[in-house]
Design a protein. Structure first.
Length: 463
């Protein structure tokens, strides 16, 4: 008789625990990145009234007689299914689509979270504004004007220095591509000005000196008389101020060179060779890169008292290639410079985050540069993580060690800036679970009530 009382008690206690978990799920239905809990039940040990008996020659086997002693909680699991993504338009809001967690630091302690409602503090550090935990990742290093992110290094705090200066950078490389029209007429001696204009393809492109001053690079292409597959290119910087810029161009050096070079194409219209004004010819294969230099106005002279000159490379493309290089075909001329790596001074005005987690700074001078990259963590058993409050988790003995790396690699999900992951709580399912939990609690209470009535009947037998 007493067994049913205690079974009913265990049922009420454990259904109350299940109701606690359901209540927590419902209360966090609008919590960013929240992962719902689920209670799993299992029966308790059973009392054996008699054991099983094996069959004999006279009778068959007998099953054991056992009375269950109630229910207990088998597990309270965290369900890490994907939550819906909600667009916010805030560039520091980041959602994870797929597996993985953000890595946060508070002092030396690491925390992991799916909630990406971040912002920048007064020092430019990317943080969770609710608790000040710092988002971890890798900061970019500037090497020869290029941003290098070493993701094999230990993650550090991510700092976005809004308002920081981007120093002026002199142009070091200029690249050309596209086409010179095979049918462009040759410019014969004594040609009219109109014929000269028809036979010349003029290109202009902006380049910069070390002060950030803007200069106009002009390269004019004209057909070589008597050779159908050759063009002469004339290079000038700041044509209107030609007297003091003194542009020179050559292969490997500009010393003693003039301002012209000759391009030779093969019968397929692909780049074959270049000859500078000193008669130097390029190698039969590889990229064609010429050096050009000009005098930088209003600059201090060098140690020998000579005017300061700026040198940059002109890349015409790869010999024998039809892609990203100069060609000669019977189509309209379109050859122009399409890339140069110089710029004037600017300030970091804004930043953006792509799906790989790269934070790119947008500067007022029109340049974009990688600032850093957000790190992500995955676990062998993410269900084994312990909740630490503030939408965070910490490692446990059964979660495994955090595998920290880049998004989109080794099973890690992708990042979506300007959005947040919503809770994965399904209110409909929670309401149904609430009903079944309530009925289970009531039924166990009824078990106790019925057992009490039976005990009362037994006690009344002595009257």
């Amino acid at each position: 008789m007493m067994r049913s009382l205690y079974s009913g008690v265990s049922g009420m206690q454990n259904h109350q625990t299940r109701m606690d978990v359901i209540g927590n799920n419902v209360s966090n239905v609008n919590t960013w990145g929240f992962k719902k809990g689920r209670v799993d039940f299992q029966d308790m040990i059973s009392q054996q009234l008699s054991g099983a008996a094996a069959p004999t020659t006279e009778v068959g086997g007998v099953n054991p007689k056992e009375v269950g002693l109630g229910v207990q909680i088998a597990a309270i699991n965290t369900i890490h299914t994907q939550g819906n993504l909600q667009t916010t338009g805030v560039n520091t809001d980041i959602a994870i689509q797929g597996n993985g967690f953000f890595v946060l630091k508070q002092g030396d302690q690491s925390f992991y979270s799916r909630a990406g409602a971040f912002s920048v503090d007064k020092e430019g550090t990317l943080v969770n504004p609710a608790n000040g935990m710092r988002v971890q990742g890798w900061m970019a290093r500037q090497v020869n004007g290029q941003s290098i992110i070493q993701t094999a290094a230990t993650p550090t705090d991510l700092v976005i220095p809004l308002g920081q200066k981007d120093p002026a950078q002199a142009t070091e490389n200029v690249k050309f591509l596209c086409n010179l029209n095979k049918n462009t007429p040759e410019i014969l001696e004594g040609a009219s000005e109109e014929d000269i204009l028809k036979g010349t393809w003029n290109t202009e492109f902006k380049i910069y000196d070390s002060f950030g001053n803007e200069h106009l690079l002009a390269v004019d292409f004209t057909r070589v008389v008597g050779n159908p597959n050759q063009w002469q290119a004339r290079v000038r910087v700041d044509v209107e101020n030609e007297d003091f810029t003194q542009t020179r161009v050559g292969l490997g050096t500009t010393d003693g060179m003039g301002e012209t070079f000759v391009i030779t194409f093969d019968n397929h219209g692909t780049l074959q060779s270049v000859t500078d004004s000193a008669g130097n010819v390029t190698n039969p294969e590889g990229e064609i890169v010429l050096q050009a230099s000009f005098t930088v106005p209003n600059a201090n002279p060098d140690e020998e008292g000579n005017p300061t000159r700026q040198t940059f490379n002109i890349n015409l493309g790869t010999i024998g290639s039809q892609r990203n290089t100069i060609t000669q075909s019977a189509a309209d001329s379109s050859t122009k410079a399409w890339f140069q790596d110089g710029h004037k001074m600017g300030y970091l005005n804004n930043f953006k985050i792509d799906q790989s987690g790269v934070i790119t700074g947008v500067y007022s001078n029109g340049t974009n540069r990688a600032i850093g990259k957000i790190a992500m963590a995955t676990f062998t058993n993410q269900g084994g993580l312990e909740k630490a409050g503030d939408n965070t988790y910490v490692e446990s003995n059964n979660s495994g060690i955090a595998n920290i790396g880049e998004s989109g690699i080794a099973g890690k999900g992708k990042l979506l800036a300007g959005a947040l992951e919503m809770s994965n709580v399904d209110l409909t399912q929670e309401m149904v679970d609430m009903i079944t939990t309530q009925r289970g609690f009531q039924s166990n209470a009824k078990t106790i009530q019925t057992s009490d009535t039976m005990l009362e009947t037994v006690l009344s037998l002595k009257r």
